[in-house]
Structure formats: structure tokens, C-alpha cells
Design a protein around this ligand. Structure first.
Ligand code: EPU
Length: 418
């Protein structure tokens, strides 16, 4: 276990360079399983979730080597389609391997991923899609057993544009002999990065307008290399770090086109943001303005993965903000922790009401989930006195060198590991 110890009250100043996106890296690592030849994945962030996914690939018989800026994966030697219980239980995204294993071997077995601190997170849409492809799915005794090569020639309509289900079904469809059309797929940029990787490896996936993706059948995967796209949530988190401390930070390597909803929100809160190419220069206000109503939605709406950090920003706003969480049913655990720091907020179901206060004070708080943990650290950067964020290893799941990055721009933050 780890903790972050933060002495707040210092405006951040300097430059931060963004890493590759966790939520692109995870499905792309899984997709390597479809390809019986070596692939090179660069700009891959070395995070605990990514290391766990690499560990699962190794347990399935793949060769995985970390190189300078990423990973070499050779799934040619993979020999089993059964995911190891312990490792697979450690990350939810192990469920992404079902699609590629089905595409490659026509069989896959994994433990049920179960719920987590942000919601129940069922996988019914993934399994419904597999069944529509002719795969037999058995959910008895807490394991998911899938059998049968995905059959093409189908059109699968998702009742909700789930990110994970879209990725899983696209990967399974790569193993089919005929075309598959996915209707109402997720539109997150990480989906397009996965498609770019698969296309580079010889598969053929194309968006047809914004509401359909066609996967051509009968293709085989071959050796390729791919550069992971920059992490829009890491970019956003450091934008909010600058904003909440009234600092001035240049964030390098971001993609403004993936950040539209967040950039609008931060401008509404009073930030000055100048953009030149992939450089985002942000100056935070002395005290942010409130956000009258912010609603999280699937992309291109405001991302749920930025809700906690913006919640922290609203705690010191001039007025009252209202946040509505529409993606995960339990993503407000940081609210109670922020109250310990003097925040004035309450949560009813999927809505949080936050009355801005002049200042926060340091306190002992606990990270219940990755983004909520990051939000507590950001609040700690603003607060008077010392904040201790317990269970900070949860932040490692999504941010490479989080404390060191913030220290480089002037934060007084250190990490202690038990
Ligand atoms: N859902 C279902 N049934 C399903 C699948 C999803 O009901 O079969 C529900 C979920 O319970 C949730 C909603 O649909 O309420 C959205 O889930 P989605 O499948 O879109 O999300 P995910 O694939 O589980 C990914 C990211 C999350 C991110 C969401 C939404 C990865 C590894 N994870 O999760 O990232 O919040 O999309 O954008 O890509 C994070 O990085 O902190 C994180 C949680």
C-alpha cells in the first residue's frame, strides 16, 4: 500500500509531457492475441493495469518483453484460451481477452470480472454480442465459458455504446470469415486507436458514419508496430491540477480534438487555455467559477473519467455547482473524502451538489478508486496544510509517475510505500 503526502497551497508552474493512453493500451495488448506474429507497441504507459495485462498474456503463453518505449509481444506461442484466475481477477479489462481469444482459437474462458468501487459493471452486452455471433456462452459458477468461432454475416446492435463491449466485439469479429457490422458502437478515441492497430496488422475495420463499424471477415493478422495515442484523461487531470492551484502549466503532447467537452468546462470555470498544435497552456483562476450543471456522457460528451477531478475543482468555486454522473452508478466516493477537507457537498443518487468554499484544509483521506484518488491529490494541492491520500497505489493504475510529475511542476508531494 502507498500514501501520498502533500503540502498544499503552491501554484503549479512548468511543463508536463503526457504519456500514452491506458484505455487504449489495455485493449491493444489484448488484441495482440489475435496476431500469431510479433507486434511492437510503443508509447505504452508502464502502469500497474498494463503490467497485469502483460502478465496475463504471458500466462497464456505469449512472449512479452518491455523495451525502451513500450512492449514487444509475440502471441505466436500462445497455447491456452483459459485466463488465470488470480491475475485476471486483478484487472477488469482481462475481460477484453475474451474477444481476441474467440477470434483466434474459437474458445475462451475467464472468471467473471465482478463489480468495483464505481459500479456493478456487468458484461451482459459483451456476452449478448458473442451470442449474436453464434458463440455458445455459459455463465455458470462464476466463470464465463465461450465456445465457437465467431460467425460473420451478422449485424449486432448495442443497446448502449459500451466502450468495452465495442472493443471486445470488434476483436472477436476479426476472427470471423464474413463481415460483421456493429451498430451504435462507442465513439471514444481509444476505439479508433484499437481499430488503427488492427488495421495495421492486416484486419479491415471501418467506421460507416458515427453509428456503425464494419469489420471485414476472412482477414489474418500479421506483424505490425503501433504508437499508442496520448492519454486524454491524464492530460485532463494535469489541466485541472493547474486550474485548482491557480497555476500556469504547459502540457505537451495532448490532443485538443479529444478534449473538447473538458476544455469548454475549464474555460467556463475561468481558466485561460491557449492551444498550439499539441501544446496546451493553461492558467488557473485565483478562484474558479461554479459549473451550473455538468453531465457525464459517452464520448464526445463530458467524460466520466474526469468527473472526480472536476468535482475537486468545484469544491473551491465561487458558487454552487451541480454534477450529474450518468455513466457509472457509484462514482462519487470522493465526495465524502473531500468533506473531511472542508468541502461543502452532498450526493443524492447520481447527482452531486457542491457549494464552493474559500479554502480546503489538509486531512487524512482515502482513494477508493483511480480517478477519485487523483481528485483527492488535486484537492490536497490546493488545501492549507498537509493532506495524506491513503491507498494511493490505486492512482498507479492510471498515472505513470504521478507524484514525480507533480513535483516537477512545483508541488510539495511525496510518496511512502508500506
Ligand atoms: N455496461 C453494462 N453492460 C455491459 C457493459 C457496460 O451495463 O455489458 C454499463 C456499465 O456498467 C457502465 C456503462 O455501461 O455503467 C459504461 O460502461 P463501458 O462498458 O462503456 O465502460 P468500460 O469499458 O467498462 C471503459 C474505461 C473506463 C471508462 C469507461 C467509460 C477501460 C479499460 N476502461 O470502461 O475507464 O470510465 O470506459 O468511458 O477502457 C478509468 O480509466 O478510470 C475507467 C474507469
Amino acid at each position: 500500500m502507498a500514501k501520498l503526502i502533500i503540502e498544499g497551497g503552491r501554484p503549479l508552474k512548468g511543463q508536463i509531457t503526457v504519456h500514452g493512453a491506458k484505455n487504449a493500451a489495455l485493449p491493444i495488448l489484448a488484441a495482440a492475441m489475435l496476431i500469431p506474429e510479433p507486434v511492437r507497441i510503443t508509447n505504452c504507459p508502464r502502469l500497474t493495469d498494463v503490467e497485469n495485462m502483460a502478465g496475463i498474456l504471458q500466462a497464456l503463453g505469449c512472449r512479452v518483453d518491455w523495451v525502451e518505449d513500450g512492449l514487444l509481444i509475440d502471441a505466436g506461442s500462445a497455447r491456452t484460451a483459459e485466463l488465470p484466475e488470480v491475475l485476471a481477477g486483478s484487472i477488469r479489462s482481462s475481460v477484453f481477452l475474451l474477444g481476441p481469444l474467440l477470434g483466434r482459437f474459437g474458445a475462451a474462458e475467464a472468471p467473471f470480472p465482478g463489480g468495483c468501487d464505481i459500479g456493478n459493471r456487468p458484461v451482459d452486452l459483451h456476452l449478448k454480442g458473442f451470442r449474436a455471433m453464434g458463440v455458445k456462452v455459459d455463465e455458470a459458477s462464476g466463470r464465463i465459458r465461450c465456445l465457437g468461432r465467431p460467425r460473420g454475416g451478422t449485424e449486432i446492435a448495442l443497446e448502449y455504446p459500451s466502450v468495452g463491449a465495442t472493443e471486445n466485439l470488434l476483436m472477436a469479429a476479426c476472427g470471423a470469415e464474413e463481415d460483421t457490422v456493429l451498430v451504435n458502437p462507442a465513439r471514444e478515441p481509444e476505439i479508433d486507436d484499437l481499430m488503427a492497430f488492427l488495421n495495421g496488422a492486416g484486419f479491415d475495420l471501418k467506421r460507416e458514419g458515427s453509428s456503425r463499424i464494419r469489420v471485414r471477415g476472412g482477414r489474418r493478422g500479421h506483424s505490425t508496430s503501433h504508437v499508442i495515442l496520448p492519454d486524454r484523461i491524464e492530460t485532463g487531470t494535469y489541466l485541472v491540477a493547474a486550474a485548482i492551484t491557480g497555476g500556469h502549466v504547459l502540457i505537451r503532447g495532448g490532443r485538443k480534438e479529444h478534449l473538447s467537452a473538458l476544455l469548454m468546462t475549464l474555460r467556463e470555470a475561468g481558466c485561460r487555455i491557449r492551444i498550439e498544435g499539441t501544446d496546451l497552456d493553461v492558467e488557473g483562476p485565483e478562484r474558479p467559477r461554479e459549473l451550473r450543471r455538468l453531465v457525464t456522457l459517452p464520448y464526445p460528451g463530458f467524460p466520466t473519467d474526469m468527473q472526480s477531478q472536476v468535482f475537486a475543482l468545484c469544491t473551491v468555486a465561487k458558487g454552487t455547482s451541480v454534477l450529474e454522473e450518468n455513466v457509472f452508478e457509484n462514482r462519487f466516493c470522493h465526495g465524502a473524502e473531500l468533506k473531511r477537507m472542508g468541502a461543502d457537498c452532498y450526493v443524492r443518487g447520481r447527482t452531486a451538489v457542491i457549494r464552493g468554499v474559500k479554502g480546503l484544509r489538509g486531512a487524512q483521506v482515502t482513494a477508493h478508486d483511480l480517478r477519485g484518488g487523483a481528485a483527492l491529490a488535486l484537492a490536497g494541492l490546493r488545501a492549507e496544510g498537509i493532506t495524506v491520500v491513503n491507498r494511493a497505489e490505486r492512482i498507479d493504475r492510471g498515472y505513470a509517475k504521478f507524484a514525480a510529475t507533480l513535483r516537477d511542476v512545483g508541488a510539495a508531494i511525496r510518496r511512502e510505500d508500506d
